[in-house]
Design a protein around this ligand. Structure first.
Ligand code: TYD
Length: 205
């Protein structure tokens, strides 16, 4: 069970980071080398993206999709910290968000097929061994964001937008079902129950 590339996806407020931490600890206990990473990254493009998100800058959605793709390519190919390098070094890589987020989020106001094309048809883009989607009710996610954070970021403004993003995720997962290993986990449950389902999905790969 070594050396896999695992992606965890979900809406903002779906509890991805907690579950990633719990998963990494469980894998490390079993003797795995685990590398946790996330998108957007912290290179120059990532810093620009984070500014767009936190300041809710009104940027064209195709431009945003292109920026996320550029950030992803840097994330994959970086000579020291890149996903490819970490996999080559024998790590199980767990990534908080990946191209599915571009489809779901940028697909809300651009041609989702184009966003899928530029990512899926780029030879440098890796296909994950497993994508886990933590499916939490958008109302619950919005409530968590409103109570736990100072200000809502660009995509956290309304429950309606979050519903649209969830629908895009589900649509994309249906479309990719044959080609990719995608596991949708019903995650309106306790942390422990979700963790067990996540671990089960990971153990399958
Ligand atoms: P998030 O996981 O919330 O990061 P953090 O916990 O550090 O704030 O991701 C930031 C936002 O970026 C989130 O609203 C989803 C959005 N996003 C996209 O719109 N497209 C993408 O391709 C990715 C990776 C993220």
């Amino acid at each position: 069970m070594e050396n896999k590339f695992i992606v965890v996806e979900g809406l903002d407020g779906s509890g991805k980071s907690t579950q990633i931490k719990m998963l990494a600890e469980a894998l490390e206990k079993k003797g795995e080398k685990v590398y946790i990473t996330a998108e957007p990254q912290y290179y120059e493009t990532g810093a620009y993206i984070r500014r767009i998100l936190s300041e809710s800058l009104d940027k064209n959605m195709y431009l945003q999709a292109a920026l996320f793709l550029a950030d992803r390519l840097e994330h994959i190919t970086h000579p020291e910290l890149g996903i490819k390098k970490k996999l080559d070094d024998g790590y199980t890589v767990i990534c908080d968000r990946y191209y599915y987020s571009s489809f779901a989020y940028q697909g809300t106001a651009s041609d989702i097929n184009w966003v899928m094309d530029i990512n899926l048809n780029c030879p440098e883009i890796l296909t994950p061994d497993l994508c886990i989607f933590l499916d939490v009710n958008p109302d619950t996610c919005k409530q968590r964001i409103d109570t736990s954070r100072d200000g809502a970021e660009l995509y956290e403004k309304s429950t309606e937008l979050m519903r649209k993003i969830r629908n895009n995720f589900i649509d994309v997962f249906n479309r990719l079902q044959e080609k990719e290993n995608i596991k949708i986990i019903e995650a309106n449950k306790s942390l422990e129950e979700i963790h067990r389902a996540v671990l089960e999905a990971v153990e399958e790969v």
